[in-house]
Structures are given as C-alpha cells and as structure tokens.
Design a protein around this ligand. Sequence first.
Ligand code: ASP
Length: 326
Amino acid sequence: MSLKNNLKTVVLGTGGTIAGLRQQTDKPDTYRSGQLGITDILSNAGLDLSLVEFQDVARIDSKNMTLPVWQDLYKAVALAQKRPDVGAVLITHGTDTLEETAFLLHALGPWPKPVLMTCAMKPADHPQADGPGNLRDALLLAASPGLSDVHVVFNARAHHAMHVQKTSTDHAEAFSSGMAGVSAEKNGPDWTLKAPLVQALQQNIPSPDYFLQQSAWPRVEWLTHHSGSTPALIQALLQPLAGAPQLRGLVVAGTGAGTVKPSWEAALQQAMAQGVSVWLTSRCTWGEAQVQAQQNCGELSPLSSAKACVGLALHLMAQDEQSSAA
Ligand code: ASP
C-alpha cells in the first residue's frame, strides 16, 4: 500500500464488531463490540502505521450512537478535510447503524476528499475475522484517485452513503445498494470505480456551527404501518410524557408506495395540526414513498426509514436555527 501523492489517511475508530472481542473463545457469537482501540485494529491488519494517522473517537456498539459522538466524528472529519497533508478519512464503525452515520456525514458535506467507512461482521479475535481485510481494502480505495464523498467499504464493494443499507444480520454480504448499484468494486488487487446515480439531497441542513452547538436532537420517532396496526400508537405519542422531550417529528414507514389506512391518515393529520412534522417513507427495503400514495398526511421522503429519521432531525434542527436567527 502506498500513499496517494504522499497524502495520509486519517483513521477514526468508533467501535463496533470490527473492534469486538469474544467473551468465550469457543462461542464466536458471544462477543462484545468496541473493545479494541484503533491502534490494535490497525496492527491486527498488518498495516504500516506510518502511512496513517489514527484516533479513537469512541468505542461503542453502534446501536448506542449518540449526538456527542456524531459531533466529535464530524469535527474530526472536517479537520482532516482541511489539512493539505491528508488525502482521505477512514472510519471504523459498527454495522448496525452505519448507514445512519454515513447519511449524516454525507448530509453535512460536501467532502471533496473521500470519507470511507468500514466495519466487520466477525469480531477481531474470530479465526475468520473480516475486519482486517475490509480495512486493507478501504485503505487501498482511499489511495485511489477520483473518489470523493462518503462510502461504506465492505466485502470488496463500496456503497454510496445515500444508497447503502444493512440487509442481513448474519450473511457475509451484509450491505447492499439495491438497484442503484455499488460505487466501487474490487476485482483481484484493484478497485474499479463505478458511478451510481446519487440524487441531490432536497432538504434543510443546519449549519455546522449550529449542529455542533446542540445538546440533543429534536425528538423524532419512527412508526411502521401494517395490516393490524391501529392509530393508538400515534395518539399515545401525541400525549405529553413526563421526562420525554416534546415530539417534533414522525417518520412513518407506510405500506408499498408509502400508504396508510384512513385511521392512520386522520391521526397523522392530527399530529401535523399539533405541529409535528411527518415524513412518509416506504417499508419496502428498496421502495421510495411515491406520489401515487396521494395522502395528505405528511411529506414524501425518498430516503430509507432509518436515514429519514436522521434527515428529519437535521431538517428540524435547521428550522430551529432559522427561527433562532429571525
Ligand atoms: N452490534 C454491532 C455494532 O453495530 C454490530 C456490528 O458491528 O456488526 O456495533
């Protein structure tokens, strides 16, 4: 592996299975995420540490991701982007919420230098650990010319932040970009860049300063519509709850094109009348909410539901910023 134009890659660790260790060596599934620091992860991959600069931003299971960790990650990425001696950023992360972090960083971009993220399905001390290979692949891709923006590198493929979704809990091909296709593919020792169509993000984003000053996200909840569902959950969410921040946004994963039954439509209209922003997504893995849903109970979002939760929280933050400046 060589440096791209003598530029370094800054590697930021956040935890996940790639940093996980088994609790009982005879039971590979009994492991804890986020046990190793980034130095050990890089050393295990047999990498020459003089080619990289590294920092532990967090050591967590990604299900426990928080706004402060995202803020620290954003700051580290933004700092690395500004340095003339840095060519790329690589983040190690748990697989479970990786697509949310990828989307957040993409939304807060643009990043002219690539921001790659990688992960593993097997812990670091597993005999078939996949983390070291993914890490080496990601560093190789980081050194290839012509790539920018945020991509997830996993199992010899790279996925753009807008498309990537975790689609399997235990399969080696755990991530997919669906119909959009991958952003790069490794055949033998070389990466080939592809150019999947990436829709421009049509939403409000807070300024970096405002994002970094916040101590909490606007509260957004995610509901899935299904055959037996009743509007009771929506009505319950609209009631004030001691100790919980006021509900600001609802992401509703509708059936098919993003449809909901009339009782949900009425409850969502009530939510909107109470000032709650509603975004309609599709519960189909690769489905987008579409206009034929023709329901007057929220805005259609083309994002996956998980990404829409981040997108709506950013949108509400941006609204707060605008009203605080008015
Ligand atoms: N629970 C882990 C995490 O997301 C799963 C993984 O990394 O594969 O942190």
